[in-house]
Design a protein around this ligand. Structure first.
Ligand SMILES: Cc1cc2nc3c(=O)[nH]c(=O)nc-3n(C[C@H](O)[C@H](O)[C@H](O)COP(=O)(O)OP(=O)(O)OC[C@H]3O[C@@H](n4cnc5c(N)ncnc54)[C@H](O)[C@@H]3O)c2cc1C
Length: 287
């Protein structure tokens, strides 16, 4: 199918963008890489009257480290994240997740901000941001505001971004001493959206993990932290008994949604499998 007809404007500055958003309100849709939006237009799941192309906004580009945070501009392409030395050094979880996102052609156009703003429950980057304790910088007519990632994802494709606002960047605390990252997902074919995925961070002292953050995606309507499973592991040497306790605790943490191919029970089982793999990776070195 082809997209319904729409007006198109390529804005050249943030004030111009915010002006068009206020003027056209709910009739407008921002387009960044177009890798999620264009398919929804073609399938007629969305029919905005005007697309606002933000690819010319320099304010939304670039990766930088300042004041203990790694700042990633919303227009940073997936492939740029994957090649960035700053990302590899300061947020290795993102570097681990990147090769799992779609395919090279999509990673060359899709943007970090597009993935975060789209809030697909099966997307890798929102879950990584939750594990990394990131925060989001959002701009609107009244200036910029910062939202903690814990308050950002509201549900299926819903975030704290208001219709007249734009996501400018994400800021992530740089990797601390002793912190480790591990990522894994289960898919039918490499590059598909995950059946279940897990992005994790922890502090490690030998095989003893603490401050464990297990962020699951493709399980509920938004990324979810498994707090009970983390509690079962924190401060203990990771052995078979502790692993099993963490896997059992997932029942209290997760309320999986079934999909066309997998029941909720299957998803819980797969989450347990991933928990075993990812915790073992964290204890044996992570990244
Ligand atoms: C075949 C295929 C497979 C894919 N597989 C995966 C996968 O495995 N994992 C995965 O995570 N993704 C996957 N994707 C999606 C891909 O990663 C997208 O690039 C990404 O989700 C959206 O980024 P984008 O820049 O293309 O956003 P767009 O498609 O341009 O926009 C997506 C949405 O975000 C909004 N938006 C974009 N930027 C901003 C901003 N700065 N501020 C406010 N709103 C904004 C748009 O209005 C729109 O609603 C796949 C896509 C395809 C086509």
């Amino acid at each position: 199918m082809k997209a319904p007809s729409f007006d198109y404007v390529k804005v050249q500055s943030l004030p111009e963008l915010l002006g068009v958003l206020v003027e056209r309100g709910d009739d407008a849709k921002i387009i960044a890489g177009g890798q999620s939006l264009v398919p929804t237009l073609n399938m007629r799941l969305s029919a905005p009257e005007i697309l606002i192309d933000i690819n010319g906004l320099e304010e939304l580009k670039g990766i930088a480290v300042a004041d203990g945070y790694l700042r990633i501009g919303a227009l940073t392409r997936h492939y740029e994240l994957g090649r960035s030395d700053e990302v590899a050094a300061h947020a290795p979880l993102l570097a681990q997740a990147l090769p799992h996102i779609a395919h090279e052609a999509i990673r060359s156009r899709g943007t970090f901000g597009g993935s975060i703003a789209n809030a697909d429950p099966a997307a890798e980057l929102p879950a990584c941001l939750l594990a990394l304790r990131g925060r989001l910088v959002i701009a609107g007519q009244n200036g910029e505001r910062t939202v903690d990632v814990a308050d950002f994802f509201h549900g299926l494709y819903e975030t704290a971004i208001e219709p007249e606002e734009v996501l400018v960047a994400a800021e992530i605390p740089v990797l601390g001493g002793g912190e480790r990252a591990a990522f894994d997902e289960l898919v039918m074919r490499h590059g598909d959206y995950a059946i279940v995925g897990l992005a994790a961070m922890a502090k490690a002292d030998g095989e003893i993990l603490s401050d464990v953050r297990l962020s699951f995606f493709s399980v509920e309507g938004k990324p979810v932290l498994a707090a009970a499973a983390a509690d079962a592991v924190n401060g203990k040497p990771l052995n078979e008994e502790v692993l099993q306790a963490a896997q059992a605790a997932l029942e209290n943490d997760l309320d999986p949604l079934s999909d066309l191919y997998n029941t909720a029970a299957t998803k819980l089982h797969l989450a347990r499998v991933l928990t075993g793999r990812v915790l073992s990776k964290l204890a044996s070195g992570g990244a």
